[in-house]
Design a protein around this ligand. Structure first.
Ligand SMILES: Cc1ncc(COP(=O)(O)O)c(C=O)c1O
Length: 392
């Protein structure tokens, strides 16, 4: 199939987003004008420090926490690592707690960290199951708790299928048991209420590039009093919880992007969900043997994830790319062999079905016309691939 158009219909906002020009504008002065090191005591340094203070204040207002509870990091992955390792090691050293509770559908930033803590550091892990929609039952979290549980980490919204977890309910349980509760909210930002008090969370990770901010900057909210051992040691940056000279332009960018995402939240989500629903309805109507993956209603407003029987997600992606559509499949490609998505497997789909996954994630710039274009080209792609499928 030839690439018949020069257009790019970008439907991979869960992977990353373009930086909002207003964010770029807010960042610009901090490279060449106010370039001081925020730890320096002279004017240039103080300018940088003040910019960071303002950013921290802005973020804290949105998360409904104290500014000192915000730790700026280098990405969502780092925030997840810091939360898990920071709390797990402290709890073990101080209180001999050696057990971690998590879910089998976490992003690898959590999943692989937990695996390493288990394999090389002697932690025990309980994975609470998810149902066929990728939903965790809070009662299962409670059942998994042991006297030696050090930390519980359940993601806010899944990056593949978009299912949103009952975080506030899980948090009620973890509070009652006095166990630190972390949530990876990297995909949830810009879509849900991030008030950490209303959500009953003790630690929360965010990453700016998922909400029209720059790549390479994230944050960890760590509630005051949560036991915490720094993972990266050095200077006294971020109250000695994350050493390293702060990336002031990126921190300013993160705060600006979060502010914009929060301002627009309801209106923009309603608009995106409306065209997303048109996409879902159109795909299910026009393509036989297709189904929506993830929860039918408790899902991110921009996520449309599908499973197509008898074909490979990767082949759909290549064909969509030729037609100018940027999309993703849930599968992770590891060392030359295509492993089906751990998320879909945990949701109970057999290998052959989990292989046929397609994730389309919308953003604020997508139009109904673009969705209609996808609905024109996708059925033909699926049909063509099925004609050559050895499974049919
Ligand atoms: C749920 C989730 N957690 C963590 C991350 C990692 O964030 P970053 O790319 O900033 O390291 C991602 C990125 O895709 C994600 O979707």
């Amino acid at each position: 199939m030839d690439r018949s158009t020069e257009r790019t219909v970008y439907l991979d906002h869960a992977a990353t987003t373009a930086v909002d020009p207003r964010v770029v504008e807010a960042m610009l002065p901090y490279w060449t004008q106010h370039y001081g090191n925020a730890s320096s005591i002279y004017g240039l340094g103080r300018d940088a420090q003040h910019a960071m203070d303002r950013a921290r204040q802005k973020v804290a207002e949105i998360l409904n926490c104290a500014p000192k509870e915000i730790i700026f990091t280098g990405c969502g992955t780092e925030s997840d690592n810091l939360a898990l390792r920071g709390v797990a090691f402290e709890r073990r050293n101080r209180a001999k707690k050696n057990h971690i509770v998590t879910s089998p559908i976490e992003h690898h930033a959590i999943g692989h960290t937990v695996e390493q803590l288990e394999k090389y550091f002697g932690f025990e892990v309980t994975y609470v199951p998810v149902d066929q929609h990728g939903l965790v039952d809070p009662a299962d979290v409670e059942r998994a708790i042991r006297p030696d549980t050090a930390i519980i980490s359940i993601m806010f919204a899944n990056n593949e299928v978009g299912t949103i977890q009952p975080v506030a309910q899980i948090g009620e349980i973890t509070r009652a048991h006095k166990i630190p509760f972390h949530t990876d909210a990297v995909q949830a930002a810009g879509a849900v209420n991030l008030d950490v008090k209303a959500q009953n969370v003790d630690l929360l990770s965010l990453s700016a590039h998922k909400f029209y901010g720059p790549k390479g900057v994230g944050l960890l909210y760590a509630r005051r009093g949560v036991p915490f051992l720094p993972v990266q040691t050095g200077g006294a940056h971020e109250r000695s919880r994350r050493a390293g000279t702060e990336n002031v332009p990126y921190i300013v960018g993160l705060a600006t992007a979060l502010e914009l995402a929060t301002q627009d939240l309801e209106e923009s989500n309603a608009r995106i969900a409306q065209i997303r629903d048109r996409l879902i309805a159109g795909v299910l109507e026009r393509i036989p043997d297709s189904r929506l993956s993830g929860h039918p209603t408790q899902r991110l407003p921009n996520n449309a994830s599908f499973l197509f029987e008898y074909i490979e997600g990767e082949s759909i992606l290549l064909n969509l790319d030729m037609m100018g559509v940027a999309a993703s499949s849930g599968s992770a490609c590891t060392s030359g062999s295509l492993e089906p998505s751990h998320v879909l497997m945990a949701m109970g789909f057999p290998h052959e079905i989990a292989h046929g996954s397609l994730r389309l994630t919308l953003g604020k710039e997508n139009t109904l016309e673009e969705i209609e274009y996808v609905l024109e080209v996708l059925p033909g792609i699926v049909e063509k691939l099925r004609q050559i499928s050895p499974l049919l």
